[in-house]
Design a protein. Structure first.
Length: 137
């Protein structure tokens, strides 16, 4: 969260997209850089646990990565995380549900990147027009 110094309130700068999983409404939020770092640690820990349990290395890493992203990005209507870690995701969601939420998260990232490119293009055009206008004065 970003603290606004003028009015001393907190603003959540992340976008939340609605999603339905198992007939329930949730929200997907983009991970912050810090969340991403926590997620990476969570993936390593879950992968190590699954390997210790005797699961295939490649399968363990792939499913751990998706489960941990789901754990970090899925929120309820009260803005609370649904799962505390990737293992909870594995225990409570089906493989198809995990894949679905992960895929929707990836789509959200692409949507934000596309929106940001469009906004940057608009700003560049405004700068060019303003620059031309000032030169003509």
């Amino acid at each position: 969260m970003h603290k606004n110094e003028k009015n001393k309130t907190f603003r959540n700068l992340s976008l939340t997209e609605p999603i339905i999983v198992s007939g329930k409404y949730f929200g997907i939020k983009l991970l912050s850089a810090y969340d991403f770092m926590l997620c990476s640690k969570m993936v390593d820990k879950l992968t190590a646990y699954l390997l210790f349990e005797g699961f295939d290395k490649t399968l363990s890493y792939g499913i751990s990565e998706k489960a941990c992203v789901v754990a970090m990005c899925l929120y309820d209507s009260e803005n609370s995380k649904i799962f505390k870690n990737g293992l909870e995701v594995l225990k409570n969601l089906t493989p198809d549900e995990i894949k679905f939420v992960y895929t929707e998260y990836v789509k959200l990232i692409k949507k934000i990147i596309k929106r940001d490119k469009i906004a940057r293009g608009i700003l560049e055009n405004i700068k060019k027009q303003t620059s031309k206008h000032h030169k003509n004065l």
